[in-house]
Design a binder for this molecule. Structure first.
Ligand code: BYC
Length: 496
């Protein structure tokens, strides 16, 4: 790649893109060595990233962790697994291979060649989208910082750290775009990404869910199920972007993201499996008895689900949004699986129904499709979320138990969008404040619920050992046995 011009535009990288330059200080497949200025900028950001990782990344001291590292971006064999000291993880910049024929699939530039540089008229919006995406990545690492101290097994500890290093890499992915394509302003935004911190009163992360605490492992599994899944859908829309480097970056990130959601789906499933076993064994659904027996009652699982689902629904923005209409028309952000949709990909004449609350009742209003694209994406997300819940309920069904987990109504506990000024019950009734206040303790986790869950969270660091509240997985990582030594703790970690 040659140097960006004065507008911060960087021409397309050249060279074999499926090959990663691994011997360089920053592994990459964007020919960083061919752009000294950008390379220097990223190399001066690297120590700041490492300082941030040391201060706000995983707190548990480890010697090494069985991690996968990206080594290629092609279809086969893109990752290499080995025990590596986490601070020496090779965070790098990997874009999916370029399709030189790619054209823009939607919006007013439909049919034109995809952009290899940032058009001046969309610079601010593109930078904003990339910054918001970038901000979420380190936020989640910060949120999960202390979980290592209570890991239910080495298998789970390894999965936590895998998710953490890859979120760190996703930060690199966005920082690369900011520094390569947005000049000085991009470099400033890259600095800010390390300065805002999750939950910080003065300088919080940009989006709501990323300032919530991840209090324990049940919350972590709910986070990776619901909030990482928002990531999947948002990355899916940016993968369609007319700005080709963003599209290619997101395409590769989605590959890594699949494992994060696997951690969530199977994590919750293993919690439910263990609870169901105890319910059958003791022939009880009594919460106190189950907690006493070392498992998490279904009511508590449901409350955690209600919380994480509702804060993740807020991440889609408002049901009616002029921002999203502008992003789409400009070609910055597409729809989920844009190219598979059978319409004109401009949507000027299209409309859809949106649910609003008026005078205590749900009403339908017809709005232009363009302004309802956040809802279009959210609908895809909701359908996907329901799949996991069905899978979890299978455990209950197989055991012949009548209880079921469920997704609360889309309006439940919302802070963003058309439901945010109303009280909606999980079963989808508009209720008054008094009914909300009288019932909220049975819908959302109380401090007492979190304390009861925390009391079960005792670390298990022996290979093959698992905490009482979670079933072992069916298989290990990368064909290793479940009882493999996935993590070697440092001496300080063992005595922590
Ligand atoms: N909290 O028109 P509106 C991930 C702001 S997760 C706070 O309704 P818009 C990951 C909004 O920014 C995926 N503020 O919505 C997961 C706007 O502010 P401005 C992250 C919010 O703009 C796990 C105003 O309210 N990626 O990757 O169409 C681990 C009006 O907004 C919130 C992205 O989100 C909120 N919840 O869409 C690690 C993709 N919602 O501009 C990683 C990039 C809205 O008026 N972001 N606001 O100052 C976007 O596409 C959009 O910014 C949003 C909102 C989807 C967030």
């Amino acid at each position: 790649m040659s140097a960006p011009d004065r507008t911060g535009r960087a021409p397309a990288p050249t060279g074999p893109l499926s090959t990663i330059a691994y011997s360089e200080r920053i592994p990459n497949n964007v020919n960083l060595a061919g752009d000294r200025k950008l390379q220097r900028a990223l190399e001066s950001w690297q120590p700041k990233f490492l300082d941030w990782w040391k201060a706000l990344g995983p707190a548990l001291p480890t010697k090494d962790v069985y991690l996968r590292t990206a080594i290629a971006v092609g279809r086969d064999g893109w990752a290499h697994f080995d025990h590596v000291p986490m601070e020496r993880y090779r965070w790098g910049i990997f874009l999916a291979e370029q399709d030189p024929e790619r054209t823009i699939a939607f919006g007013q530039h439909k049919g034109e060649p995809a952009w290899q540089a940032v058009p001046g008229e969309y610079r601010a919006e593109l930078m904003r989208l990339i910054t918001v995406q970038g901000d979420t990545e380190p936020a989640s690492v910060e949120q999960q910082r202390v979980l290592g101290a209570t890991a239910p097994s080495l298998y789970d500890l390894r999965n936590l750290f895998q998710v953490n290093v890859e979120e760190g890499r996703h930060l690199w992915a966005m920082v690369y775009l900011l520094q390569a394509y947005f000049g000085r302003e991009g470099r400033e935004e890259a600095e800010q990404l390390l300065k805002r911190n999750s939950g910080d009163l003065d300088s919080p992360r940009i989006l709501g869910a990323f300032n919530e605490e991840t209090t324990d492992w049940l919350q972590f599994f709910m986070f990776t199920y619901f909030t990482d899944r928002d990531g999947k859908y948002q990355l899916g829309t940016l993968k369609e972007s007319a700005f080709d480097p963003l599209a290619r970056t997101c395409e590769f990130m989605l590959k890594e993201e699949a494992h994060h959601m696997f951690v969530g789906t199977t994590g919750v499933q293993r919690v439910v499996e263990r609870t169901v076993q105890k319910m059958v064994e003791l022939d009880t659904a009594d919460q106190a008895v189950l907690l006493q027996a070392g498992v998490i009652p279904l009511e508590v699982v449901q409350k955690y689900l209600n919380f994480q689902y509702s804060v993740s629904m807020d991440l889609f923005g408002s049901e009616r949004s002029t921002n999203v209409a502008a992003y789409y028309t400009a070609g910055l952000k597409g729809r989920w699986q844009e190219t598979r949709r059978k319409d004109d990909h401009e949507l000027h004449a299209d409309t859809r129904e949106v649910t609003l609350v008026r005078d205590g009742h749900f009403v339908q209003e017809t709005v232009p499709m363009l302004s309802a694209l956040n809802l279009d994406l959210r609908d895809e997300y909701v359908a996907d979320c329901a799949n996991g819940v069905r899978r979890w309920n299978q455990e209950l069904e197989n055991a012949g138990l009548p209880q079921r987990l469920f997704l609360p109504h889309e309006g439940f506990h919302r802070k963003v969008g058309s439901y945010s000024s109303s009280c909606i019950s999980p079963d989808g009734r508009v209720i008054d404040q008094a009914e909300w206040d009288a019932n909220v303790d049975s819908w959302l986790p109380l401090d007492a619920d979190r304390a009861a869950v925390s009391a079960l969270m005792v670390a298990h660091y022996e290979p093959g050992e698992f905490a009482s509240w979670i079933a072992p997985p069916k298989t290990g990582i990368n064909d290793q046995p479940v009882e493999f030594d996935y993590v070697h703790l440092a001496e300080e970690g063992l005595t922590a």
